[in-house]
Each structure stands twice: as C-alpha cells, then as structure tokens.
Design a protein around this ligand. Structure first.
Ligand code: FES
Length: 156
C-alpha cells in the first residue's frame, strides 16, 4: 500500500535535512501525506510524529489531504487579476461545486489559486496538471471541465 516508502527512507534517513526531500518524494508517489504515512516516516527516521507533522504543515507544498487527479491552478497574480481571474475562479467553483483550496468528493479535481504562473501575456491563465490555458473567460470554463470529466471517465 505504501509503495516505495521503505526505499525512500533508506535513501534519506541518515542525511541531515533529509526530511523535506523525503516528504517531497513520498508525496510525488502517493499524491498526499496521510497521517499513516507521516507516522511511518517518523518511526523510520527515529523522530517524533510532531516533528514530521510540523514540517509537513509548515511548507505549503505539502498536502495532508487527498488531491484530485487533475490539479487546477487559477492564477490570481496582478496581470491575471486585472483581466478577470476572479470571475474565472468563481466560474470554476460553480462548475466544480467546491471552494478554492478543496478537492471534489470523487477526487477528480483539486482547485487551487496561485500567485503567478509566469505566463502573464496570456492572462487570465490557468493550468490543469501540465496544460496551460490562457485568455480564459468564465464562459469557457464548463466546456473545459467537461473535457476533463470525460477524460477521467475513460481513464477509470
Ligand atoms: S499574473 Fe497570471 S501568469 Fe503572471
């Protein structure tokens, strides 16, 4: 069930400052860091669960709850903001039925907001996993999400 954690522990347990890269790699494999995973890491590294949980909650990059198959990042940076990013975000929330920062109950989508995706010329910009969508209007959101819903249905 926890594929690869033992191997990763083996790789990092003796390295000073190895906890953060270990958590990064484990999250890459498992998608998020469950309490069970944090406990396993704590016992494997010989440190307290409080310490591991402290690091995992300190850094924004770590997720302690399950994430969706598709991670949607809506840019709320200045360039996107002035070109209507908030409306795009609201349209996403409406379409997905969740608030920003949350994941749909079926674990298909996670909706996040970020500061700048580095593609300001395309504002407003979002990414869905590795795909970038620029000059997005709220009206385009339902169709875009539908495309991913269909893809998820095929993959399942
Ligand atoms: S502000 Fe949105 S991509 Fe830079």
């Amino acid at each position: 069930m926890h594929t690869g954690i033992d191997e990763l522990l083996e790789k990092y347990w003796h390295i000073p400052g190895g906890l953060v890269p270990l958590l990064q790699e484990v999250q890459k494999v498992h998608g998020y860091l469950s309490r069970e995973i944090l406990e396993k890491i704590a016992s494997g590294m010989g440190i307290s669960l409080a310490k591991v949980a402290g690091v995992a909650t300190f850094y924004h990059q770590f997720h302690l709850t399950p994430r969706g198959r598709y991670i949607i990042k809506v840019c709320m940076g200045t360039a996107c903001h002035v070109r209507g990013a908030a409306e795009v975000l609201f349209a996403m929330e409406d379409e997905l039925g969740i608030k920003v920062g949350h994941t749909t109950p079926d674990l298909t989508f996670t909706l996040d907001q970020v500061a700048c995706l580095g593609a300001c010329g395309l504002a407003p910009v979002i990414t869905i996993n590795d795909e970038t969508y620029g000059k997005l209007t709220p009206g385009q959101v339902p169709k875009l999400i539908e495309k991913y819903r269909e893809e998820a249905a095929v993959v399942h």
